[in-house]
Design a protein around this ligand. Structure first.
Ligand code: PLP
Length: 388
């Protein structure tokens, strides 16, 4: 049985070209980038090439790219440094953020008395920008707005440009968790008033343990890991040269195929919506998930019309890897905060959320098999219902 992987929002398979590039570095470029001899300088050159590539992709300056170990570290660094070094006293955010942002803001509240204001999303998971404008106008405290670009569970997209304009109007700093969009969307930070963003290579066929933070130079942000002068003292520690090269190769592949990948994945997503709707009467799609212009093409969040806490296991036994929400909270017995925001109590009791996430290698025949297996599970629930 061929396995089917539909959990690309959790992580993606390494691209073969990425593996090759990383193996080369492991074999040849083992120098420490801080060393002044040729081994060190060769490694340093590789890192700087990736920095320039990442900067070109985002249309920012190379000095605004700070390599880190992952999206979680990037988000932690930005949020915590804003409080420690930039005097931020208030964070405006939403209950839909990834745990690494949500937990960081809560910690900053507990340990440093930072005021945390939560915007209330509507039942579709939209952030109300008038609410943001109003909240920003309510206080003179130095404020950071932290709102994610694409939600990792329902795919809802935020209008970064509009949020940036509102933040600028109120002289607030703006951070967006862009972990689900960097490597998938064409981004132009030269046209957006955004101060900070985060990237994780494993979300776009790069390696785990490699990411970067975008830090606008004018923000004056400093690092929180101190030690050597690496990353212009923004992040001490010998650089993960292999991981950075892997990130660079993954980004290069994406940049060369952006439109092609996007149109293939969007087609697959539309096909999945159609097949699921045909095969499972009563199925719903959460948030803006099924709306092409308002959600990320890689993520589809469905609500199955039956309650089955074993759904992940049942699909796994059929060779289909999928998650019910974010990977970080899978295995949790409680529904995620995102699901609590977009579903009614009745929907949570009688339905089962499922996150289907795609990549450029996902095929229609994989979707056909997935829909067939899901249909069988659905029918077994129908029979059970009739018999009970
Ligand atoms: N932010 C979002 C929106 C994510 O989806 C994830 C990963 O699931 C992260 C942050 C954390 O990224 P990493 O796994 O690189 O720590």
């Amino acid at each position: 049985m061929d396995k089917i992987y539909l959990d690309n929002a959790a992580t993606t398979a390494l691209a073969p070209e990425v593996i090759d590039a990383m193996v080369d570095v492991m074999n040849i470029n083992y120098g420490n980038p801080s060393s002044t001899h040729s081994f060190g300088q060769a490694a340093k050159t590789l890192i700087e090439k990736v920095r320039r590539e990442a900067a070109t992709y985002l249309k920012v300056s190379p000095s605004e790219i700070i390599f880190t170990s992952c999206g979680t570290e990037s988000n932690n660094m930005i949020l915590k440094s804003c409080v420690h070094h930039l005097g931020v006293q208030r964070i405006i955010t939403s209950p839909l953020e990834h745990k690494c942002v949500a937990e960081s803001t809560q910690e900053l509240k507990k340990l440093f008395g930072v005021e945390v204001v939560y915007l209330r999303p509507n039942k579709k998971g939209d952030i109300d920008l008038d609410q943001l404008d109003e909240a920003l106008g309510k206080s003179d405290k130095k404020t950071l707005v932290s709102l994610m670009h694409a939600n990792n569970e329902i795919g809802n997209l935020l209008d970064l440009k509009k949020v940036g304009e509102i933040c600028k109007k109120h002289n607030a700093l703006f951070h967006s968790d862009t972990v689900q969009t960097i490597g998938h969307l064409d981004l132009d930070f030269s046209a957006i008033d955004i101060d900070f963003a985060s990237c994780s290579a494993h979300k776009f066929h790069g390696p785990k343990g490699s990411g970067f933070a975008f830090v606008r130079k004018s923000s004056g942000l400093k690092g929180i890991i101190t030690g050597g002068p690496q990353e212009r003292t923004m992040r001490a520690g010998t650089e993960n040269v292999v991981g950075i090269v892997g990130l660079g190769k993954a980004l290069e592949l994406v940049m060369n195929h952006l439109q092609e990948y996007q149109s293939h994945i969007q087609k697959i997503k539309n096909y999945t919506i159609k097949k699921l709707s045909e095969n499972i009467p009563g199925i719903k799609f959460n948030g803006r998930s099924a709306e092409e212009d308002r959600s990320l093409f890689t993520v589809l969040s469905a609500l199955l019309p039956f309650n089955d806490p074993m759904i992940g296991l049942k699909l796994d036994m059929e060779g289909i890897a999928i998650s019910q929400g974010s990977a970080c909270s899978s295995g949790a017995t409680k529904p995620s905060m995102v699901m609590m925001m977009v579903l009614d109590e009745d929907e949570m009791e009688n339905g089962t959320p499922l996150r289907i996430s795609f990549c450029h290698t996902t095929t229609e025949s994989e979707i056909d098999r997935f829909c067939e297996v899901l249909k069988n599970i659905f029918e077994s629930h129908q029979i059970e219902k009739v018999n009970s």
